[in-house]
Write a protein that binds this ligand. Structure first.
Ligand SMILES: Cc1cc2nc3c(=O)[nH]c(=O)nc-3n(C[C@H](O)[C@H](O)[C@H](O)COP(=O)(O)OP(=O)(O)OC[C@H]3O[C@@H](n4cnc5c(N)ncnc54)[C@H](O)[C@@H]3O)c2cc1C
Length: 402
């Protein structure tokens, strides 16, 4: 009875729109078309389920669309590593099927101090074959980093261009049978029915057997108690002109090469936490470069085909709406130091919000998964790891949902 009543309501509400109407009923409704939401929608489609994705924005505009494009497989640990490795295969397959570029670029972590090299040595030992220690000269073969004392080559890491990849995935999915993607459609409320959920959106209603809510840092607006478990953090990024002396040629070489990663990421990525040498790195930074620690500078340089370089990222001030010039200066200073160049020219600046987990006993992975009501799951990936892990997390979630 309930389902019939719901269907009546749906037909009533879904009539007045210049956009295609929402389907009346689907197996899976996904709220949010970022990396997490689309990963779940694609997995559902591959399993033969009917799927609807709704997103409040007109086109990909969330955190995923604002990042630099490094899928950082190798420096994850435990569950996140398993999901990252599974994600890798799926990124490559999806890129081929949907028609966007996934570059097997690898990444090079550059050590400019011997303590950093000791941490990388531990990583290479732990990753048996999936990471290689480099001498300073070998680092130079991959990338301009004149002060490098060594480094680590992480050949499994990938590059995608997130904003265009998301758009292409969404268009590809929306063109498949039994799959719908509705932009400009905000999820508003969720009502439990018997074995299904009525999802109300700004463009009408749909009955879904299961719902995945993947709205990143906005989850608290829909489910306040989930939002309480997350802390939003704004991060600043820059696009710079190629700072390399011979401009074009060197820039092309870097664009075709691996992502360059600075050693301050040793304090961020979970794979390094097992290294006994990490304490020395932290202590040196604490005493000599407290500004880098305070601003959480995690240097990642992703060269673009046009010769520009996307530089990520540092933490924006929490207590002010704008960005911090100091953080931008630190990013530029560290970039110049790594590449051995002068101060790069900034072409554009932006920030994006990611979430970190609020301290929680026993929580040791970036996945905040909840079931606020039967059949509805919220899936939030913290610590800036959604693009790296979501395609590997989605099969696990789908196994538990259907
Ligand atoms: C500076 C920076 C650098 C990063 N670098 C990396 C990296 O190198 N590698 C990596 O793996 N990750 C990285 N990340 C993290 C990664 O980008 C995020 O973890 C990830 O994009 C979050 O994906 P998401 O799908 O959860 O959210 P989003 O991409 O934010 O997507 C959420 C979507 O939900 C929609 N939405 C919100 N509310 C509603 C509603 N009520 N109804 C419908 N739709 C709604 C939004 O419009 C949005 O499109 C970085 C993050 C930042 C900020």
């Amino acid at each position: 009875m309930y389902a019939v009543h719901l269907l009546g309501q749906i037909l009533d509400v879904n009539h007045d729109s210049t956009l295609p109407p929402l389907p009346a009923k689907v197996d899976l409704a996904v709220v949010g078309a970022g990396a997490v939401g689309l990963a779940h929608a694609v997995e559902a489609h591959v399993r033969g389920l009917s799927v609807l994705v709704v997103d409040a924005a007109q086109r990909p505009a969330g955190s995923t669309a604002r990042r630099g494009g490094h899928v950082a497989i190798t420096t994850q640990d435990s569950t996140a590593l398993a999901c990252a490795l599974a994600s890798r295969e799926r990124w490559l397959k999806l890129g081929r099927e949907a028609g966007f570029g996934v570059r097997e670029s690898g990444a090079v972590v550059v050590a400019r101090h011997v303590d950093e090299l000791a941490v990388l040595d531990d990583l290479v030992a732990a990753r048996a074959g999936d990471a290689t220690l480099l001498t300073g000269q070998e680092v130079a073969d991959h990338a301009p980093a004149p002060d490098a004392v060594g480094g680590a080559l992480l050949p499994l890491d990938l590059r995608v261009e997130p904003a265009s990849a998301l758009g292409i995935i969404a268009d590809w999915l929306g063109g498949r049978p039994q799959a719908h993607v509705a932009w400009t459609t905000a999820a508003q409320t969720f009502d439990a029915g018997s074995g299904c959920t009525l999802l109300r959106t700004s463009r009408g209603e749909v009955v879904a057997k299961r719902v995945v809510v993947a709205v990143g840092h906005d989850v608290g607006q829909l489910f306040g108690e989930v939002g309480d478990r997350l802390l939003p953090v704004r991060r600043q990024m820059l696009r710079i002109s190629s700072p390399l002396p011979d401009g074009g040629r060197a820039a092309e070489r870097v664009a075709a090469g691996p992502v360059l990663v600075g050693a301050s990421t040793l304090l961020r990525d979970s794979a390094y936490l097992h290294s006994r040498a990490l304490g020395e790195v932290r202590e040196r930074l604490r005493t000599r470069h407290p500004d880098l620690l305070a601003a959480e500078i995690h240097l990642t340089l992703a060269a673009q085909p046009d010769g520009s370089v996307v530089v990520g990222d540092g933490r924006a001030p929490a207590d002010a709406p704008g960005r911090s010039e100091d953080v931008d200066e630190l990013l530029l200073r560290e970039t110049a130091a790594l590449l051995g160049t002068g101060r790069p020219t900034v072409r554009s600046r932006w920030s994006a919000t990611e979430v970190v987990r609020a301290p929680e006993p026993g929580a040791d992975d970036p996945f905040v998964l909840t079931e606020p009501m039967p059949g509805v799951r919220t899936v939030t990936v913290a610590d800036g790891l959604a693009t790296t892990t979501a395609l590997g997390l989605a099969p696990r979630m789908l196994d538990s949902l259907f």
